[in-house]
Design a protein around this ligand. Structure first.
Ligand SMILES: [Zn+2]
Length: 845
C-alpha cells in the first residue's frame, strides 16, 4: 500500500509540474561538463527548479548539502531573522582561496593581488522569488563545473551569494502561492495566487522593506548582513528583483540623470561595461530586455546603491514577475521558469564581465578611496560635532549606526565651546570627514534641496541626524578640540537606582526608553503620575530640577507586591536613572501632592490594519510600540472592526490608508467610543478621513488649490512626467516648531523638531487656540526635494493638531512620525499620544 501511494505521489507531482519540469541543465550553459559526484538541486529538493516555489528551509537544505559535498563551497551563518530563520552566505572559490578566507576577511586594507570579490544578493523582496531559485542554479554551476575557464576564474575570484535576503518574507509568499496555486496551471492574472494578503512577502516580519534599510539599519536582517558586506568588501554587487508582469527584463544603468552626485562617473561606466555582457547573454537566447529607462541610483539605502558609496559597483536587475507559477502578460505567457533563467543568465554574465575586467574593478576601488581622501580635504569644513545631552539611548543608537557603517567618531576629552554652544565631554563627539568612509558620511549628513533631476524613485531626503534629532554642527578648524585617541565604543550604562523607603521616585521622560519603563510599571500595577509642571527637589544635598513630563511614583499609592523590587529591576534593564525623593515638599515648582502631577492610566492599543491601511506605516508603528517599547498592539483589520467591542481599548491608531470601506455603523460606533473617552491617533489620509467624518475639527488645503499653483500653460506632452514629479513629495524633511508647553511634547527640550513627510496633505490653521501642537517653520524644507509652491503652502501650517471630542481626544498629523524605524526624533510624539492624551484639554468647539 505504501509503495503504491508513493508511486501515485510521484505521478501527481509530475502532473503539477506540467510542461515546465526543469532539470538544472535547462538553466545551465550548454556543452559544459559537471562533476557527477555533486548533488543537483532536484535530487535534494525532490522536484526541479521552477516547478514549485521553494521555501527557505528547502533552499537551506540544498546549500547545506552542497557545502558538504563541494570543496569550493563554504556556508556562513550570518544571523537570525525576527521569525528566527537562518540568514546565510554561500562563498564559492577554490579550496586554496577558501582556506585563506578568514585571514582575508580580517584584513581591512586589501591588496590589488587579493582576489576579486563578487557579491550576488537574491530576492530581498520575498515575493520576487525567481532570484532565490536562480541562486541554487548559479551555486551548482560554480561548484560542479569542470570547465577550465571556471576553474581559472575561481583562482582569482571569490563569489558570495546571499541566496535569500528576506527569509521571513519569502516563506510568507511561498505559503501563499502554494496554498492557492491550482493543480492545473492558471495564467489568469486575477487569480488569488497572484494577489497576496495585507502583509505581503515583499517585506520582513514587521512589514519593512529591507531594500530601503541598507543605510538606515533599523532591521536586524540588515545589521546582520552589513557586518559581512564590510568584511568581504565586494568589487561588484548584483541585486536581483522582480517587477510588473507586463514588463520585460531590466538591468542597470538606470536613468543617467538620476545618479546621486556622490557616486563617481566611473561607477556608471563600469555598470555600462557589465551591461554589454548582460545584453550579450540575453541576446543569445532571444530574450527581451532594456536599461537606462527606469529606476535610479539616488537613495543610498538600497542594495544596488549602498555599494556605490563603498568602493563597489552595485547593479540592479529586475525580472518581469509571474508572481505565481505562470501569468498571462502582454509579452505572452510568462512562466516562473522563464524568470529564473533570466536571473541565472545575468548572474553568470555579471561574473563573466567582472572577471574579464578584473583589473578595471580593482583599480576603480583604489581610485575611489584616493578620490574620497582628496574630496574630504577640499571641503570647507573638517568634520561634525555631535551631541545629545538628555537621551543616551538615542545618542548611542546613532553612534552605533555610524560604527556599523565603519565610520569613526571620537569622544571629546574636554568640554568645548563653539559658536556659543557648550559641548559637554560626556555627551559630545567629533566626526572627522577625512576618513575612508567620507562618502558614507556625506550620504548620511548631507541636506541637499536642489537636484539635477527632480523625479525620485524613492525618498530624496533622509539626513540621519535630523531623523534621529541629534545635534550636529559643522566644525571649520579643530583647534582647541581635545579628543580621545580611541573611537567610540558601545558601553553599557549603569543607571542611578532607586533607594529603599523613599517618599517618591522620579524619572525623566527624555530617555528614549522611558515610555517602555512606564508601560512596564503600569502593567505591573505600579501607580505612576506625570508632572505637567516643573519642580526642584533636594537629592543627596544637591538641587535637582525635574522637567515637565517627569514620571512620579509616590510610595503611598503603591499596593502591588514587590513593587519596589520591580521598579529597581526594570530601571536597571532599561538603563534609566531613578531619583529617590525624601519629601513631598519641593524647593521650587509644584509639590509632589499637587494636582498638576496627574495620574496616568494603563493603555490598550488597537491598530486598524488590513487591506486599505498602509502595511509600511503599520509596520513602523508596530516596530516602535511592540518591538522597541514592549507595548502589545492589537491589529484589527478594517473588515473586522464593526464586530469588535471597542470599550476594551483606550487608543485607536490609524495609519495612512483608504478607510472608505468602514461602514456608517462602524463610524457611529467609533464616534460613541471617542466621545466616551477614547483616543484616536490619525496619520496622513487617516487624519483626512477623520476630518471628513467631522471628528477632527480641521480643514485640509483643497486639491484644486494645490493644482492651480502649478502653471501648465506652456507645457508640452513630454513635460507630463516632470509635472507629476513636481506635484508629489517622494520623501523630504521639514522643520517644525513644537509647543514645548503642550503635554504631547513632554520629553523634548528643543522647540525645533524635524519631521518626515511623503504626502502633500496640508492642514489649515484652526481658528481656535491651543489646538496646534506642532507647526511648520517659515522656511521649512530641511532636506530633499519639494517644489517651491508646495514648500510655501506648507510653511506656517500645522503639523500636529490635538483636541477634545466629548471626553475623548483626537490627535492628527500629516507626517510620518516613525518612518522606516529610524525616525527616533519624532516617534516620541506617538508615545506621548498614548500616555499623555488626557494630560491636556483643548476644545475645538
Ligand atoms: Zn524588488
Amino acid at each position: 500500500m505504501f509503495l503504491r501511494l508513493c508511486t501515485l505521489f510521484v505521478l501527481f507531482s509530475i502532473s503539477v509540474a506540467g510542461s515546465h519540469a526543469a532539470k538544472v541543465e535547462h538553466y545551465l550553459p550548454k556543452s559544459q561538463s559537471y562533476d557527477a559526484e555533486l548533488s543537483k538541486p532536484e535530487k535534494i529538493l525532490g522536484f526541479g527548479i521552477g516547478e514549485r516555489h521553494i521555501r527557505h528551509d528547502q533552499l537551506l537544505s540544498y546549500f547545506e548539502q552542497l557545502a558538504i559535498e563541494s570543496e569550493r563551497v563554504v556556508l556562513t551563518d550570518i544571523g537570525r531573522t525576527v521569525e528566527y530563520r537562518k540568514q546565510v552566505l554561500v562563498t564559492i572559490s577554490t579550496p586554496e582561496n577558501l582556506a585563506k578566507l578568514p585571514t582575508l576577511l580580517n584584513t581591512k586594507q586589501r591588496d590589488t593581488n587579493d582576489p576579486l570579490v563578487i557579491w550576488l544578493g537574491y530576492s530581498v523582496h520575498g515575493d520576487e522569488i525567481s532570484g532565490s531559485n536562480a541562486a541554487l542554479v548559479v551555486a551548482y554551476h560554480l561548484a560542479a563545473s569542470q570547465s577550465e575557464d571556471v576553474a581559472k576564474m575561481l583562482e582569482n575570484t571569490i563569489i558570495v551569494l546571499e541566496p535569500s535576503i528576506n527569509p521571513d518574507g519569502m516563506d510568507r509568499f511561498v505559503n501563499w502561492v502554494s496554498t492557492y496555486r491550482g493543480i492545473t496551471p492558471n495564467p489568469d492574472a486575477n487569480h488569488i495566487e497572484h494577489h497576496q494578503q495585507w502583509r505581503t512577502g515583499r517585506t520582513n516580519h514587521f512589514g519593512f522593506d529591507l531594500n530601503r534599510d541598507w543605510l538606515l539599519l533599523s532591521q536586524q536582517e540588515s545589521q546582520n548582513r552589513l557586518a559581512y558586506f564590510h568584511q568581504y568588501q565586494p568589487h561588484v554587487l548584483g541585486d536581483f528583483h522582480e517587477m510588473g508582469a507586463n514588463s520585460s527584463y531590466f538591468f542597470q544603468p538606470g536613468i543617467p540623470s538620476r545618479t546621486h552626485p556622490l557616486t563617481p562617473t566611473r561607477n556608471t561606466d563600469l555598470t555600462r561595461l557589465l551591461a554589454t555582457y548582460h545584453g550579450a547573454a540575453l541576446d543569445g537566447e532571444q530574450r527581451l530586455y532594456y536599461s537606462e529607462e527606469s529606476y535610479d541610483d539616488f537613495y543610498y539605502g538600497k542594495g544596488s546603491t549602498y555599494p556605490d558609496i563603498n568602493g563597489s559597483v552595485g547593479i540592479l536587475f529586475e525580472q518581469a514577475s509571474s508572481r505565481g507559477f505562470q501569468q498571462a502578460s502582454i509579452n505572452g505567457l510568462l512562466t516562473f521558469e522563464y524568470g529564473i533563467k533570466n536571473h541565472v543568465l545575468t548572474s553568470l554574465s555579471t561574473i563573466e564581465g567582472a572577471w574579464q575586467n578584473i583589473g578595471k574593478f580593482k583599480q576603480y576601488r583604489q581610485q575611489f578611496y584616493k578620490a574620497s581622501e582628496k574630496a574630504a580635504k577640499k571641503e570647507s569644513f573638517s568634520g561634525y560635532l555631535i551631541s545629545e545631552n538628555y537621551d543616551s539611548y538615542r545618542l548611542n543608537t546613532f553612534l552605533n549606526k555610524l560604527q556599523q557603517h565603519q565610520i569613526k567618531v571620537y569622544p571629546l576629552t574636554e568640554d568645548f565651546t563653539l559658536d556659543g554652544k557648550l559641548y559637554e565631554k560626556s555627551t559630545s563627539y567629533y566626526l572627522p570627514l577625512a576618513q575612508k568612509q567620507y562618502r558614507v558620511i556625506k550620504a548620511l549628513f548631507d541636506q541637499g534641496t536642489n537636484f539635477q533631476d527632480n523625479t525620485f524613485y524613492d525618498v530624496s531626503g533622509w539626513t540621519m541626524p535630523l531623523a534621529m534629532d541629534i545635534d550636529f554642527h559643522r566644525v571649520g578648524r579643530t583647534w582647541g578640540l581635545e579628543l580621545s585617541e580611541q573611537p567610540w565604543q558601545q558601553a553599557t550604562k549603569k543607571p542611578i537606582l532607586p533607594k529603599a523607603n523613599a517618599y517618591a521616585y522620579v524619572f525623566d521622560w527624555s530617555e528614549y526608553l522611558a515610555p517602555k519603563l512606564l508601560n512596564q510599571l503600569l502593567t505591573a500595577d505600579i501607580k505612576a503620575k506625570v508632572a505637567t509642571k516643573t519642580f526642584t527637589s533636594v537629592i543627596n544635598g544637591e538641587n535637582k530640577s525635574f522637567k515637565t513630563g517627569s514620571i512620579v511614583i509616590p510610595t503611598v499609592l503603591q499596593k502591588a507586591a514587590d513593587w519596589d523590587k520591580n521598579l529597581k529591576r526594570l530601571a536597571k534593564e532599561n538603563g534609566i536613572d531613578i531619583y529617590s525623593l525624601n519629601s513631598g515638599l519641593t524647593i521650587a515648582g509644584v509639590d509632589i501632592g499637587s494636582g498638576s502631577i496627574k495620574p496616568i492610566d494603563k493603555i490598550k492599543v488597537l491598530l486598524v490594519g488590513g487591506k486599505g491601511s498602509s502595511q509600511y506605516e503599520a509596520a513602523e508603528i508596530l516596530y516602535y510600540l511592540d518591538a522597541t517599547l514592549g507595548i502589545p498592539v492589537s491589529v484589527i483589520e478594517q473588515a473586522r472592526l464593526s464586530r469588535i467591542d471597542l470599550s476594551a481599548y483606550t487608543h485607536i491608531v490609524m495609519v495612512d490608508g483608504n478607510y472608505k470601506s468602514l461602514s456608517d455603523k462602524t463610524v457611529t460606533k467609533m464616534t460613541a467610543w471617542l466621545k466616551a473617552g477614547g483616543v484616536i491617533v490619525g496619520q496622513k489620509r487617516a487624519a483626512k478621513w477623520l476630518s471628513e467624518k467631522e471628528l477632527l475639527q480641521v480643514k485640509f488645503v483643497s486639491k484644486d488649490y494645490k493644482e492651480q499653483m502649478f502653471d501648465t500653460d506652456n507645457l508640452s506632452y513630454k513635460d507630463k512626467e516632470k509635472l507629476s514629479a513636481r506635484k508629489r513629495i517622494a520623501g523630504a524633511i521639514f522643520q517644525s516648531n513644537i509647543d514645548l508647553s503642550h503635554p504631547l511634547t513632554f520629553g523634548y527640550t528643543d522647540s525645533s523638531l524635524p519631521l518626515f513627510r511623503n504626502s502633500t496633505l496640508i492642514m489649515e490653521q484652526p481658528k481656535k487656540p491651543f489646538l496646534t501642537v506642532a507647526k511648520y517653520s517659515t522656511h521649512p524644507l530641511l532636506s530633499g526635494y519639494t517644489d517651491r509652491n508646495l514648500v510655501n503652502s506648507i510653511a506656517n501650517k500645522p503639523a500636529i493638531i490635538a483636541h477634545n471630542v466629548g471626553r475623548g481626544r483626537i490627535i492628527a498629523t500629516t507626517d510620518n512620525l516613525t518612518f522606516r524605524g529610524y525616525w527616533h526624533g519624532s516617534s516620541k510624539l506617538l508615545a506621548n499620544s498614548l500616555f499623555f492624551a488626557k494630560a491636556f484639554s483643548a476644545s475645538a468647539d
